[in-house]
Ligand binder design. Structure first.
Ligand code: SDX
Length: 424
């Protein structure tokens, strides 16, 4: 924090506001005192608003940089694994070899669900969207661990983190199995986190499942690339829910709900639907024009970002992973991949996208990988939610373990002035 000041002139008033600097990134102007001056700031969509102080993730949108506790995302994707990244996001430092092994073992011991949880799945139609099921089941976890949800108790917060990291793959895979009418597969402790997820997704009780190491590594990379992303819409939702003192399972369920939207985590599913709708490289120009037409609600899904005005560093890793997976599966000529690659090339050369600094984001290639692995598009955002759970929890934990106030934005009121109820 510094003692620098910004001066704001409002009418004949001159208001001094403190300026704070972080480790890196833009300074912030503390506007909390404005309410005493009878004015609010106005920032629908929070384009220029820092809602909190955080040490977890830093994004430099102009230069396409993403750091988790200071470590660049491409280095973590290359050298780490998802559970080690979970430890890093949660605790602030990379684990020692011994801490890493203990953490991996701890997570393995929490992967099963209480058997009563099975009943929640049965209440849904078989064709329910898996995000609806995941949202309901994760919120229901608060009914099973109600005696360990004291948000002021660090030990209880830690066990909750372990339970959520461990159980989300089981819940996600069971959402998929339920939609197929296939039996739920139980987690296996002899497999890695991502191998275990693939086993619960594609294994059947009739035969042993042998995970493909290339696909397991790709899944683990996808988990890492989706783990956290600063104060995005769903993470801000989790923080706001947490600021009321709500239990962590309810807060994570609120994050799942917010992520579902096609402008956010639902974009990966929307990208595949868009590529299928384009259908052929010959139709790309028509869809580019639709995306540019203000009167057409169509947008190029997987393109653009509130913060990145350069390549999303995650998209670069994802594009490389897509190539590896499709080559492994002999699908390097996958028509959807060809359409995506051509669409990216054309868009990046088009003045409309260049002028607005619209680049491919994390969602542009992820769906192509997931589809190649055999995962249906309806499960894409479920996988995003599973991976982002550590980010949501880490931000919730950072907030509730410090000083915080209930989040309560104000408004610019444009409704009726006071008027009396008409006498009958
Ligand atoms: C994620 O915040 C995060 O960090 C999110 C995320 C995370 O990890 O948590 O990174 C994950 O949500 C990635 C984004 C996934 N969404 C999509 O791919 C959906 C398509 N993208 C757009 O809906 C949009 O780009 C957003 C929602 C991502 C960003 O919206 P903004 O910041 O509010 O930008 P905007 O709507 O104000 O757009 C600015 C201009 C507008 O044109 P003008 O009014 O200036 O003429 O760019 C245009 C927009 O019309 N524009 C697009 C476009 N995205 C923006 N035009 C066509 N296609 C697009 N995809």
């Amino acid at each position: 924090m510094t003692d620098r000041k910004a001066t704001l002139s409002v009418g004949d008033k001159s208001i001094e506001l403190p300026i704070y600097s972080g480790t890196v990134g833009p300074d912030v102007i503390d506007v909390r005192g404005l309410v005493q001056e009878g004015v609010f700031t106005y920032d629908p969509g929070f384009v220029s608003t820092a809602a909190c102080e955080s040490a977890i993730t830093y994004i430099d949108g102009a230069n396409g940089v993403l750091l988790h506790r200071g470590y660049p995302i491409d280095q973590l994707a290359e050298h780490s694994d998802y559970l080690e990244v979970c430890y890093l996001l949660l605790n602030g430092e990379l684990p020692s070899e011994e801490e890493n092994k203990r953490f991996h073992d701890t997570i393995k011991n929490h992967t099963m669900l209480h058997d009563q949880m099975r009943n929640f799945f049965n209440g849904f139609r078989r064709d329910a969207h898996p995000m609806a099921i995941m949202c309901g089941v994760v919120g229901a976890l608060s009914a099973f661990y109600h005696d360990q949800m004291d948000v002021t108790d660090e030990t209880q917060r830690q066990i909750t983190a372990h339970r959520l990291i461990a159980k989300m793959p089981t819940i996600a895979a069971w959402c998929y199995k339920y939609s197929l009418g296939q039996p739920f597969m139980y987690p296996r402790n002899d497999l890695s986190y991502s191998e275990n997820f693939l086993q619960m997704m594609f294994g059947v009780p009739c035969e042993e499942y042998k995970p493909n190491p290339v696909l397991a590594k790709a899944m683990d990379k996808i988990f890492i690339l989706h783990a956290d992303h600063e104060q995005n819409a769903s993470t801000s939702t989790v923080r706001l829910a947490g600021s009321t003192g709500a239990n962590p399972y309810a807060c994570i369920a609120s994050g799942i709900a917010a992520l579902w939207g096609p402008a956010h985590g639902g974009a990966n599913e929307a990208v595949l639907d868009m590529l299928a709708e384009i259908g052929d490289e010959a139709n790309i120009e028509k869809f580019i024009e639709k995306a540019k037409d203000k009167d057409d609600p169509f947008r190029l899904m997987g393109f653009g970002h509130r913060v990145y005005k350069n390549f999303d560093p995650r998209a670069k890793v994802m594009a490389q992973t897509a190539h590896e997976v499709l080559t492994e599966l002999g699908l390097e000529n996958d028509p959807l991949l060809k359409i995506a690659q051509r669409l990216e090339k054309i868009a990046l050369e088009d003045e409309y996208f260049v002028e607005r600094k619209l680049y491919p984001n994390v969602d542009f290639y992820s769906g192509i990988i997931l589809k190649a692995i055999g995962i249906p598009t309806s499960m894409f955002t479920v996988i995003f939610a599973m991976a982002r759970t550590i980010g949501w929890f880490s931000h919730w934990n950072e907030m509730v373990s410090g000083n915080y106030r209930i989040g309560r934005p104000r408004q610019l009121y444009t409704g009726s002035e006071k008027r009396d109820y008409p006498k009958k």
